[in-house]
Ligand binder design. Structure first.
Ligand SMILES: *[C@@H]1O[C@H](CO)[C@@H](O)[C@H](O)[C@H]1NC(C)=O
Ligand SMILES: *[C@@H]1O[C@H](CO)[C@@H](O)[C@H](O)[C@H]1NC(C)=O
Ligand SMILES: *[C@@H]1O[C@H](CO)[C@@H](O)[C@H](O)[C@H]1NC(C)=O
Length: 387
């Protein structure tokens, strides 16, 4: 409760009869406060709320089946970590910057798009399915967004935030997974490791540029243990001696840990360079690893098996036919369909987490124990329950 509100509440306490007093206290209590008025998010499919499908419409069910009851731009059955974060600080789900119809940017914008990378995509990569909206493009987009907010805010017609929003926002990053995995099959772990420091330094320099735009609080999510993902278990070369007791690939998971350590170090340096900024490393890796290793302890049933896929078996993932797609395989039209109980799975489609897993991760990070350095969102906001 801020001071002004306290004053109002106090004067109400003194002057009103008991019934009115109770009502006023209820009103004061339920009116959630948060110093963060908006979120600006940068990322890939792990946090895309509809940007990619706005640019390249083609989304099909069963995406969105659990929460939205229809495809809603997200590569999962329901909400993403970024959606839960928005709910927790009491703002609407983020509109994708690229979505021209029905968007509302008063509480931020989402620059994330499916298949985005940190590094500039090579044109040859683009044809193999890497998004053109790399981190550098996403940064250009928020710069343009800011220019337009400053030019247009007085028109009153557009769903834009006030120009002072940039200092009162959370800046979130959940990107780098495609840089990491995109070339693993062709270059191997050591090949990919050549350019990972460059990926990390681009994330750090983007944080600095956003600081110049007025940003002061940055949450940078690390990479999840992709060695436990059904798709990579099927697609990446490994032998059984590379599997740990949870069925995850040791070598790839170790490489993720190394990447995360480089990221953590770079952010430590970035923090030193930026006065009065909160540059927070968010260890979702630990939470996801725990879910893959002990799904049952967290109310789930399946770790390394996809809900939406084809082929059944240990992984229920077939790289020839992704979730929701139909392909002619051995003379038969095969469709990769969803399980009936996505709430029992960590993995939605072999690549992306289910809403159930995202919610567990969101709850864990909202607790504060996965922030480095320690950071209490509760000090800045009345955190709303994420139902
Ligand atoms: C399994 O992979 C490891 C590490 O890549 C390698 O050292 C080992 O020789 C492989 N074993 C077999 C049976 O291929
Ligand atoms: C597979 O589906 C396509 C598109 O709907 C259709 O044209 C084709 O005849 C089908 N093939 C078989 C073998 O069912
Ligand atoms: C953290 O979250 C878990 C559930 O995800 C909850 O049981 C626990 O009470 C929370 N702890 C704090 C300090 O909020």
């Amino acid at each position: 409760m801020n001071l002004e509100r306290k004053k109002v509440c106090n004067s109400l306490n003194q002057s009103l009869i008991v019934f009115a007093l109770l009502m006023a206290m209820l009103a004061c209590k339920s009116d959630a406060k948060c110093s963060f008025k908006a979120i600006f998010n940068f990322g890939d499919s792990n946090s895309d709320t509809g940007g990619f499908w706005a640019a390249f419409p083609a989304e099909k069910p069963p995406n969105g089946m659990t929460y939205f009851k229809k495809p809603d731009g997200r590569a999962t059955d329901g909400r993403l970590i970024i959606d839960f974060l928005a709910q927790a600080i009491g703002i609407p789900f983020l509109s994708p910057y690229l979505k021209s119809i029905g968007s509302d940017f008063r509480h931020g914008a989402n620059f994330a798009t499916l298949a985005s990378t940190v590094r500039l995509p090579q044109s040859s990569l683009f044809v193999t399915g890497v998004s053109p909206f790399s981190l550098a493009i996403q940064l250009n987009q928020i710069k343009q967004f800011k220019v337009q907010v400053e030019e247009l805010h007085s028109s009153g017609k557009l769903n834009l935030p006030p120009p002072d929003i940039f200092g009162k926002s959370l800046y979130t990053f959940y990107i780098g997974q495609n840089d990491f995995t995109g070339n693993l099959a062709s270059l191997g772990i050591s090949g990919v490791q050549q350019y990972l420091p460059e990926v990390v330094s681009q994330i750090a320099s983007t944080v600095k540029e956003l600081y110049e735009l007025g940003g002061r609080t940055f949450l940078v999510l690390n990479l999840a243990p992709i060695g436990c993902y059904p798709s990579f278990l099927v697609e990446l070369p490994h032998n059984s001696s590379d599997l740990d007791s949870f069925g995850c690939m040791i070598s790839y998971n170790n490489a993720v840990i190394e990447y995360n350590n480089i990221l953590k170090q770079a952010l430590t340096q970035t923090r030193k360079d930026l006065p009065n900024a909160n540059v927070i490393y968010v260890d979702i890796h630990s939470v996801m690893l725990e879910l893959f290793q002990h799904p049952i302890s967290h109310g789930l049933k399946y770790g390394t098996k996809a809900c939406c896929g084809y082929g059944g078996g240990a992984y229920n993932f077939d790289p020839r036919v992704f979730c929701s797609n139909t392909k002619l395989i051995n003379g038969k039209n095969i469709t990769a369909i969803a399980c009936k109980d996505p709430y029992n799975y960590v993995s939605w489609d072999g690549i992306h987490a289910t809403e159930a897993a995202n919610k567990l991760v969101a709850n864990a990070i909202l607790n504060g124990s996965y922030f480095d350095p320690p950071f209490s969102l509760h000090k800045f906001c009345d955190i709303q329950p994420i139902g």
